[in-house]
Design a protein around this ligand. Structure first.
Ligand code: ARG
Length: 464
């Protein structure tokens, strides 16, 4: 015990030490500041462990009752803000255990039988992450539903489709939203896949080699909702690949959100004016009174860098570690917590934006009309009339050049002018030069025709 009689590390592991921990080293090695947020999972894990210790006869029924009720009081103290976290006790695990012994005496000292902080922390982090994955899953499900509803409403709202950010061919806004849907659907799938490997119990691995007590690992695993106990104790206490997988899935999801946000930033600028965001999701400028800035999409785009950085930090954290547990692993928490917090915030932001954004049909239509978006349709028309595609491409290129000269669109060109470029062109050409004609022609699976988009909406609803 230290001089003021508050418990410190020496009460937990100080037996072989002849001098106290250096004050700087105590601060340097402590993680309680950031790992205290695991308290709920730490207590769940301790209760499952204590139940199992009672069942195998290591704890008396009375000791078990004292431990479980002590842990419940500690949970109450923490949630009321009355718990005193001590840096001297390093981490969440030793803080809770020391308090338990203060509260219930000798029984508290028995809780750590057949356990180590190494399997304890790996268990806590997996339980914490599983809840975050489930939260991300719920948010992505809401986003998927919003996207499908909006796609259904805009199955025939025409807009320019782009390649190289140059007007390419007309598409429907519904089709564009369903492209976002596909990205989000794969993101949700990646988190579900990752969850299977997160949901494995390290408990019972103890420090690295297991324990001499006849523990029941299947019982603790199932009490904590894990699918199974981890098969190898060395692996279970040391690897953090489940965190890498989560950060990797989170990075991909964030990159998708970032791309959507980039589009929203473009679409909300007055030069495009395709979409209006509600005032509640924008901010103003302190100097330019006319400004309504898309800060929320910009921040989602910006925060993507944080999550990709978190993944990178974890990859580098792991690369040099020999088996089994090393203290390096304590550094997994800040990047993992940050990636999950940032992801969940950004999914919430995106959910709000998608539900509230209002597309401007007139602006989208006039932009689609302005960029010779139906030029490919004209070339396809010539191919159907027997012209080889390369020749058709050339003739249409010359038609576009002429239209640019005259300051008109392809649909406004005189039939005689078109026929001068290719004699195969007839009066029926105008049907393919309209935006609606162009859309309707792409009616196959995955195409942009309103009918195909409606079919895709129905198929998407069945997949959510
Ligand atoms: N705070 C530690 C961590 O987060 C807990 C495990 C410490 N184990 C040890 N043997 N020092 O990784």
């Amino acid at each position: 015990m230290s001089q003021n009689n508050a418990p410190d590390q020496s009460s937990m592991w100080g037996g072989r030490f002849a001098e106290p921990t250096d004050a700087f080293v105590a601060r340097f090695t402590a993680s309680v500041d950031f790992d205290k947020r695991l308290y709920h999972y730490d207590i769940l894990g301790s209760i499952a462990h204590a139940d199992m210790l009672r069942d195998i006869g290591v704890l008396e029924a009375a000791e078990h009752r004292a431990i479980v009720s002590g842990l419940a009081s500690i949970r109450g103290e923490i949630e009321r803000g009355g718990f005193v976290w001590r840096e001297a006790l390093e981490d969440v695990h030793m803080n809770i255990e020391a308090r338990l012994t203060e509260l219930v005496g000798e029984a508290g000292k028995k809780l750590h039988t057949a356990r180590s902080r190494n399997d304890q922390v790996a268990t806590d982090v997996r339980l914490w992450l599983r809840d975050r994955i489930d939260a991300a899953d719920r948010q992505l499900s809401t986003i998927l539903t919003c996207l499908v509803d909006s796609a259904s409403e805009h199955a025939d709202t025409v807009m320019p489709g782009y390649t190289h950010l140059q007007t390419a061919q007309p598409v429907t806004f519904g089709h564009h939203l369903l492209a976002w849907f596909e990205m989000a659907w794969r993101d949700r799938d990646r988190f579900r896949d990752c969850r299977r490997r997160v949901n494995v119990s390290p408990l019972g691995s103890a420090a690295l080699a297991g324990t001499t007590f006849p523990i029941d690992r299947a019982a603790t695993a199932s009490a904590l909702g894990f699918d199974q106990p981890a098969a190898n104790s060395l692996d279970a206490v040391s690897d953090r690949d489940f965190a890498l997988e989560f950060c990797s899935a989170a990075s991909v999801a964030m990159v998708h959100l970032s791309r959507w946000c980039e589009e929203l930033v473009l679409w909300t600028s007055p030069q495009w004016a395709f979409v209006t965001l509600p005032d509640a999701y924008c901010t103003g400028s302190s100097i330019m009174p006319q400004k309504k800035n898309p800060d929320v999409p910009e921040l989602v785009r910006g925060k993507t860098g944080r999550v990709v950085g978190d993944l990178n930090a974890l990859l580098v954290l792991m690369k040099g570690q020999p088996l089994a547990y090393n203290r390096d692993n304590q550094e997994d928490k800040l990047p993992l917590f940050d990636a999950a917090d940032t992801l969940l915030d950004c999914l919430q932001a995106m959910q709000g934006i998608i539900a509230a954004m209002r597309p401007n049909r007139a602006a989208m239509r006039s932009a689609a009309q302005a960029g010779f978006a139906t030029a490919t349709d004209l070339a396809d028309y010539l191919v159907v009339k027997g012209v080889p595609f390369r020749d058709a491409h050339d003739s249409v290129g010359r038609a576009v050049a002429l239209a640019i000269d005259k300051g008109i669109g392809l649909a406004e060109m005189e039939l005689a002018d078109l026929q001068a470029l290719s004699p195969r062109i007839e009066a029926d050409v105008y049907a393919v030069l309209t935006l609606e004609g162009s859309l309707a022609a792409r009616s196959h699976l995955g195409g942009t025709a309103p009918g195909a988009v409606r079919a895709a909406v129905e198929a998407a609803r069945r997949r959510i």
